[in-house]
Design a protein around this ligand. Structure first.
Ligand code: NAD
Length: 445
């Protein structure tokens, strides 16, 4: 048997208990963030249920099917409880979380009013912002001018102060800010040294979200990226996460249309049905939609949305089924819809002897309602990973992302059912339980 260099990692880690409070820091306090925080407060008060959250509702099977041992995930691994969460964040707008929630227009006023008190107390800290990276919006709540390294230090100060004021024993950061314009990794992203030098020189290739990521990592705070742009996935920051023993993951929450894609595409492929075309279009009218109306930000989203199908269908392995697929994704900003997005998919497929068929999907979804439980799960699992000493990219959290981060040279796993199996097996591994392979021959011995 070969012993790989990471064989030590296979020994279950010692997971520290979730003692004390968990502080959640969020750059961008718009629709997703306010829906998430208001939701947690409503759930704590017993006004609503955490629908859509794997950490709160899902179970995990342990041992054989005949063992009847399926505890809830939250009873199996030590996760922070909702009562122990403290929230803070940054935004370019000054509105507190209650006012921002009212403005986002996702949750109904009677529900928001019942959690007004805790929400009003959450006021965004001044943001690090660059209108070269996010166009179409501008706000007054900004940090005083400085170099990019000055900004990183100001953010680290914010983190320190939040830690003290909230009394949190641990922190996690998750980017729920606007989508920045598309950038590829540049020279400044290649090593920690290059990156720090770039911060000093305010290199234009370093984005605000990367300054937040740097500040988080330097402060030992795990960082997740909910948006599709290049951020913590730049090589310098990946290296830094490993060096400083901090967990990172991303990117782009898998909600709405791509969620549907990753349900349907693996099914079609499992039956060896062909796909000749997949046209996806959306209308949405929230601030996210407005930012995505800018071609640079749309390009970040388009790249992340397009990649999933290609990787799932593997046209190189199945050229007769997927070689000529025409895949197109459109997002249209349409203000009357607000957060209530509508996503249409037309899928042209072919079956036995090449006979064509079609599938039409019309998903009338709510973007932030789908994203909020993902934010909750991600911060709880990132905190767990950190307590388990798991550093660098957390591929087991691919389940939540449209464009999952992986080790260099490794293609990402997009099939949601493989991702879920990976997630649950990681939890079993953490607790020293047997992994479930679904072989099942033992039942027939
Ligand atoms: N809702 C979903 O289903 C979903 C799915 C995938 C990805 N996302 C991504 O999540 C992010 C949040 O979505 P949303 O609907 O809440 O958008 P939103 O526009 O309502 O909120 C984003 C907030 O970020 C703020 N912001 C922008 N740049 C900032 C900076 N540098 N520092 C601090 N704050 C900054 C904006 O002022 C805004 O309030 C977007 O990038 C979106 O693309 C959302």
């Amino acid at each position: 048997m070969s012993t790989s260099p990471d064989s030590a990692l296979r020994t279950p880690p010692e997971v520290k208990p979730a003692e004390g409070k968990l502080g959640i820091l969020i750059p961008g306090m718009g629709a997703v963030t306010t829906t998430f925080i208001a939701g947690v407060e409503a759930i704590k008060k017993g006004l609503a249920k955490p629908i859509g959250s794997v950490t709160q509702l899902a179970t995990i099977r342990l041992g054989k099917r005949t063992d009847n041992n399926t505890p809830k995930i939250k009873d199996f691994v030590p996760l922070a409880s909702l009562e122990d969460l403290e929230f803070g964040g940054w935004d370019i707008f000054e509105e507190n979380c209650y006012d921002a929630g009212v403005q986002a227009g996702v949750l109904e006023r009677p529900l928001l009013d019942q959690v007004k008190e805790p929400l009003q107390k959450i006021k965004p800290m001044p943001a690090v912002f660059d209108s070269e990276y996010v166009k179409r919006i501008n706000g007054p709540n900004l940090k005083p001018k400085g170099s990019k390294m000055d900004y990183a230090e100001m953010l680290m100060d914010d983190i320190r102060q939040f830690r003290e004021k909230s009394g949190a024993s641990r922190l996690a950061m998750i980017w729920c800010g606007s989508t920045e314009v598309f950038h590829r990794p540049a020279a400044v992203h290649q090593s920690i040294k290059d990156f720090e030098c770039g911060l000093q020189k305010s290199d234009p290739e370093i984005s605000p979200s990367q300054i937040y990521a740097y500040a988080a990592l330097k402060s030992g705070v795990p960082y997740a990226n909910g948006a599709p742009h290049l951020a913590v996935d730049a090589p310098a920051l990946v290296e830094m996460a490993r060096e400083l023993n901090v967990a990172i993951c991303g990117k782009d929450f898998k909600t709405g249309q791509t969620f549907m894609k990753t349900l349907i595409a693996p099914g079609l492929k499992s039956r060896m049905l062909g796909v000749s075309g997949w046209f996806s279009t959306n209308i949405l009218g929230n601030r996210d939609g407005e930012v995505l109306d800018d071609p640079g930000s749309f390009k970040s989203k388009e790249e992340s949305k397009l990649s999933a199908l290609e990787v799932i269908l593997q046209p190189d392995l199945y050229p007769e089924l997927y070689e000529h697929i025409y895949h197109k994704v459109r997002i249209n900003y349409y203000p009357p819809r607000g957060d209530a997005k509508e996503g249409w998919d037309n899928i042209d497929i072919f079956g036995w002897l090449g006979y064509p068929m079609q599938i039409k999907i019309d998903f009338l979804c709510r973007d932030s309602i789908l994203a909020a439980p993902l934010v909750l799960d991600l911060v709880l699992f990132m905190d767990l990973a950190q307590r388990a000493g798991m550093r660098g990219i957390q591929e087991w959290l691919s389940f939540y992302f449209k464009a999952p981060m992986t080790a260099q040279g490794l293609y990402p796993e997009h099939d949601i059912f493989i991702q879920l199996m990976k997630l649950k097996n990681t939890l079993r591994w953490m607790k020293g339980e047997q992994l479930i392979t679904h072989l099942g021959l033992e039942y027939y011995d």
